[in-house]
Every structure is written in structure tokens, then in C-alpha cells.
Design a protein around this ligand. Structure first.
Ligand code: FNR
Length: 193
């Protein structure tokens, strides 16, 4: 049987662009909590412009969008950590997915993907996750069903250096990353027939 020592390459997308983002901290926790055969790279998508179908039609996707499309297309899995804005997705994150979704070579198609959300409120972004799942249905992503991770009162669960101080949160995220690893490996077995 063929074995590979290459680590599973996981792309991290933070739905918040602010420097002190709690979701960026949650993404970092996800990276720390992964099994040893997984490696997380959080991508910078802050320069993606507002979607405009005229631009797409005239000139194709902007270079930033092409770069991110290619990065996602070649990774083994994706983790999105996002805040909830007004009970739904941050507009910028939806804008990013809208850009990435255009074109025949859909980068999210059959891509194993896990969602986390961190919020200052008690529900931890429960509502954004279901809206995000609905959007990701359209792009054919293979979204991990459970365990779900909602980090409520997130400001009390990370220290000044952005490290998680809450054992329960750490355990939930560790379990989710283990499940993402399983989803990726199961998908590979299916592909091999
Ligand atoms: C919020 N916040 C918020 N929280 C929540 O639980 N449900 C919501 O609907 C909203 N709506 C909302 C809208 C906007 C425009 C902002 C800026 C914030 C609060 C949110 O949870 C908090 O600001 C988080 O800290 C945002 O995540 P980051 O930036 O820390 O990752």
C-alpha cells in the first residue's frame, strides 16, 4: 500500500479582518489543536475587491482572487472561523466566496471544510453557521457536520496574547479537527475506490 509522509495541507480563512479578531484567535487554536499530520496556513484575503460581474466578464477574476482560488484548489481541507454580523455572514466573507465561486474550476467542490465561530455574545455565532452552510452548499463544499463549535463570550476565553485559556473550548476544537482529519481521509479512500 502506498503511504505518504506529506502533511495534510489545511487553509484557514478568518471571516474578520480586524487585527485583534477573536476568530483569528479561534483559527490559531484550530491550528494548535490539529492532529500531527495536519498543518494550517491562514491566508490573507484582505485585498480582495468588491465583487463586480462586469469586471469578471471584461477581465476575468482579479489576481488576488486567482491566487486564493489556486491556493484553495490545491489544499486538502479548509477551516473557516467567522464572526456573526447582524445574525448572518460578514459581507466581506460572502464577497470572497462570491468571487471564488465564479468559474468552471470550482475550488470548494468536494473540499472537506470545518466551520467555527467566535462571538462576544452567548450564542457564539450560532446563526451565522447555518447561513454559511447554506452558501457552501451552492459551491459543493463537503462541510463537516459535527462536532459544531460555537465560542460564546469569546473575549473571556483568550488571553492578551490570543491564546485560549478555556479547556472546554480547546477540547471542542481538538475534537472538531480530529473529525476534519477523518473526513479528509475518508474522502481519499472513496476516491481510490
Ligand atoms: C457584531 N457582533 C455580533 N455578535 C453576535 O453574536 N451576533 C450578531 O449578530 C452580531 N452582529 C454584529 C455586527 C457587527 C457589524 C459587528 C462589528 C459585530 C459582535 C461580534 O460577535 C464581536 O464584535 C466579535 O468580536 C467579532 O468577531 P472578531 O472580529 O473578534 O473576530
Amino acid at each position: 500500500m502506498e503511504t505518504s509522509t506529506r502533511k495534510l495541507d489545511i487553509v484557514g480563512i478568518c471571516g474578520s479582518l480586524r487585527a485583534g479578531s477573536l476568530n483569528a484567535m479561534a483559527l490559531r487554536l484550530a491550528g494548535e489543536s490539529m492532529p500531527p499530520d495536519m498543518r494550517l496556513e491562514v491566508i490573507d484575503w484582505s485585498q480582495v475587491p468588491a465583487f463586480n460581474a462586469d469586471v469578471l466578464e471584461r477581465a476575468g477574476p482579479p489576481a488576488e482572487v486567482r491566487r486564493i482560488r489556486e491556493r484553495i484548489a490545491r489544499c486538502d481541507g479548509v477551516v473557516i472561523a467567522t464572526p456573526e454580523y447582524n445574525f448572518s455572514l460578514p459581507g466581506m466573507l460572502k464577497n470572497l466566496i462570491d468571487w471564488l465561486s465564479r468559474g468552471a474550476d470550482q475550488p470548494f467542490a468536494r473540499k472537506p471544510l470545518a466551520i467555527l465561530s467566535a462571538a462576544t455574545g452567548p450564542l457564539g455565532g450560532a446563526r451565522v453557521q447555518y447561513d454559511l452552510r447554506r452558501v457552501l452548499l451552492f459551491v459543493d463544499a463537503t462541510v463537516l457536520i459535527k462536532p459544531e463549535v460555537f465560542i460564546g463570550h469569546a473575549q473571556s476565553k483568550f488571553d492578551g496574547q490570543g491564546r485560549c485559556t478555556d479547556d472546554a473550548t480547546r477540547q471542542f476544537v481538538t475534537a472538531q479537527m480530529l473529525s476534519l482529519e477523518r473526513l479528509i481521509l475518508q474522502g481519499r479512500l472513496l476516491e481510490q475506490g
